[in-house]
Write a protein that binds this ligand. Structure first.
Ligand code: 8DG
Ligand code: MG
Ligand code: MG
Length: 147
C-alpha cells in the first residue's frame, strides 16, 4: 500500500501552575529530544481539550488537575525530523486538584522526569514551541492585581 499522506495532528498540553512554578519534563522523543516540555499528548477522537489535558496529565504524571482553562493555540511544523510532522497545539492551564500531590514519571521511555520550575528561572533548552512563546512574552499565570 502507498504510504499515508502526512496530516496535521492536534496536541494538547498543560501549563500546570503551582505558586510561581510550572511542571516540565525533559522529553525522550524523536521530536524535541532532551528539551524541557509541558505534559500533554494527542487529542483522541471525541475528546474535549480539557478531557484530553486531564487524561494526559494522569497518564504521564499521575496528577489530578482542576480549573482547566484554554489559553492559546499555536501552529507548529517539525520538518527537520526523521518523520516530518505538523501539530496544532492547544495550550491549557490548570492547577493541582490536591496541592500535596507529587508528580510521578509514569512514562519513563518518553520523559526523564517531572519537576517544578519557576517561571522566572526556566530550564534550558526548552522545547522550541514553548521557547518561542516565552521569547514572545507569553505568560500562563492569571493576572494578579496586587503584584
Ligand atoms: P500520546 O501517545 O500520549 O497521545 O502522545 P504523547 O507521546 O504524549 O505526545 P507528545 O509528543 O507529548 O505531544 C504531542 C505533540 O504536541 C508533540 O509531539 C508536539 C506538540 N507539542 C508542542 N508543544 C508541546 C509541549 O510543550 N509538550 C508536549 N508534550 N507536546 C507539545 O507543540
Ligand atoms: Mg502522552
Ligand atoms: Mg506527552
Amino acid at each position: 500500500a502507498a504510504a499515508e499522506a502526512p496530516v496535521p495532528r492536534v496536541g494538547v498540553v498543560v501549563f500546570l501552575l503551582k505558586g510561581k512554578s510550572v511542571l516540565l519534563g525533559k522529553r525522550r522523543s524523536s521530536i524535541g529530544d532532551s528539551t524541557f516540555a509541558l505534559p500533554g499528548g494527542h487529542l483522541e477522537f471525541g475528546e474535549s481539550f480539557e478531557e484530553c489535558g486531564a487524561r494526559e496529565l494522569m497518564e504521564e504524571t499521575g496528577l489530578g488537575i482542576e480549573k482547566v482553562e484554554l489559553l492559546t493555540v499555536t501552529n507548529n511544523l517539525f520538518l527537520e525530523e526523521p518523520k516530518p510532522s505538523h501539530y496544532v497545539t492547544i495550550f491549557l492551564r490548570a492547577v493541582l486538584a490536591d496541592p500535596e500531590q507529587v508528580p510521578q514519571n509514569l512514562e519513563p521511555g518518553k520523559c526523564d522526569g517531572w519537576d517544578w520550575y519557576e517561571w522566572d528561572n526556566l530550564p534550558t533548552p526548552l522545547f522550541w514551541p514553548l521557547q518561542k512563546m516565552v521569547q514572545e512574552g507569553f505568560n500562563p499565570f492569571p493576572i494578579c492585581s496586587n503584584s
